[in-house]
Design a binder for this molecule. Structure first.
Ligand SMILES: Cc1cc2nc3c(=O)[nH]c(=O)nc-3n(C[C@H](O)[C@H](O)[C@H](O)COP(=O)(O)O)c2cc1C
Length: 265
């Protein structure tokens, strides 16, 4: 941790306090929903904006409070301010974009050149060794494999929970965001880690970009509340068959990822 970083809140008192509003009061909920609804992805930013150093602290302070399995907090955030490094990372993504086009994955891949335009650029790392902090046997048995798989899920959910807090903090500060996982593959990670001095033991899970948008942001389609809610038992009407799912991917995916499929961000 940097020695010069002044805490952005009074840690002594804030750290231990639990300050919830009366149950059922709407004020904080409404304020939160304002942030949640307006956390919107853009894939090209206004490159002229400079993120004040303090803003990174405000955002990562939110990440720090994320919940995690066994309270392991298995995350590290690397703030990238050096434009040359941003350019090099963006180049990896553009290469991936080309590979996908050649491999005919049929995934509507966005234009990853936008990565280099992000004023706010944070690489999200996890330390997978923390799986051992969760219930595992470590004896190489089939049972161990089952528990290990779940431990990995616990770890990934933990990092995502923390990352989501950071995205919401950025939205609360007025920024658009971009959550990029596209080159989590091992080979790409290994190429990226030396650029940032990230130890071999850590994994680069995703990249969190934020900044003012280069173009007007737009809100994307959401499933209805009814579609995602079930009371007491899973509603069979909500179940999609393999055929439904495949059809959805074929006919709808590109339309829900982008406002206009002919204009992929
Ligand atoms: C786990 C996760 C992985 C994502 N990976 C990528 C990615 O690799 N590339 C990308 O352009 N967007 C990625 N996104 C952004 C989503 O495409 C975006 O959140 C979604 O289309 C909904 O749009 P919204 O964020 O504006 O609500 C990812 C989002 C999440 C939560």
């Amino acid at each position: 941790m940097s020695e010069n970083t002044e805490p952005v809140v009074d840690l002594e008192s804030a750290e231990l306090e639990v300050d919830l509003p009366p149950i059922g009061s709407r004020e904080r909920y409404d304020a939160l929903m304002q942030v949640v609804r307006n956390r919107v992805t853009v894939r090209k930013f206004d490159q002229n904006h400079v993120v004040p150093d303090e803003t990174y602290d405000l955002i990562l302070e939110a990440a720090r409070h994320g919940p995690s399995g066994a309270n392991a907090q298995p995350w590290h955030y690397v703030i990238v301010r050096d434009q040359e490094i941003k350019d090099q990372i963006a180049a990896y993504f553009v290469e991936e974009q080309r590979f996908r086009a050649k491999a005919k994955m049929k995934f509507p891949t966005p234009d990853y050149r936008g990565l280099a335009t992000a004023p706010g650029f944070i690489v999200v790392c996890s330390d997978m060794r923390w799986v051992n902090a969760f219930p595992v046997l470590n004896d190489g048995s089939d049972m161990d494999r089952m528990y290990k798989e779940n431990a990995e899920r616990i770890l990934l959910q933990s990092v995502a929970a923390s990352t989501m807090s950071a995205h919401l903090a950025a939205a609360a500060l007025g920024y658009n965001v971009w959550w990029v996982t596209a080159i989590g593959q091992e080979s790409a990670q290994n190429a990226m880690k030396p650029l940032l001095g990230i130890p071999d033991e850590l994994s680069v899970l995703d990249i969190f970009l934020f900044g003012p948008p280069a173009q007007k942001p737009y809100k994307r389609w959401r499933k209805s509340l009814d579609d995602i809610s079930n009371r007491d038992r899973f509603d069979p009407d909500h179940f999609m068959t393999d055929e439904d799912l495949n059809d959805w991917i074929k006919t709808r995916r590109h339309r829900v990822m982008y406002k206009d499929a002919s204009k992929i961000d």
